[in-house]
Design a protein around this ligand. Structure first.
Ligand code: SF4
Length: 73
C-alpha cells in the first residue's frame, strides 16, 4: 500500500495538492497550509497509507507541489 509523507511545516499554501486531489487534502483556515486528511503525525511529518487507486493521483499532486514536500513511497 502506498504511503504519503507530507512535510507540512514547509508548506507554502499554494493549494495545488487540494485542487488535484480534494479527497485527501484541505487548506487550513488557521495557518493557510495544506492538511492531509486522516493522516498521523510523526514528529514534523504527516503520514497516510492510501489504496493503490490513489497512487497516480497522489504522484501528480506530489509533482505539482512547488516546494516538493509531498512524497509517495
Ligand atoms: S502543493 Fe505543496 S506547497 Fe502547495 S499547498 Fe500542497 S503541500 Fe503545500
Amino acid at each position: 500500500m502506498p504511503k504519503i509523507i507530507h512535510y507540512r511545516n514547509k508548506c507554502i499554501g499554494c493549494g495545488s495538492c487540494f485542487e488535484l486531489q480534494p479527497e485527501l487534502w484541505r487548506m487550513s483556515k488557521k495557518d493557510g497550509k495544506a492538511t492531509l486528511l486522516n493522516s498521523i503525525q510523526k514528529k514534523e511529518v504527516f503520514l497516510l497509507s492510501v489504496s493503490n487507486n490513489f497512487q497516480q493521483q497522489t504522484q501528480d499532486a506530489a509533482r505539482a507541489c512547488p516546494v516538493k514536500i509531498i512524497k509517495v513511497v
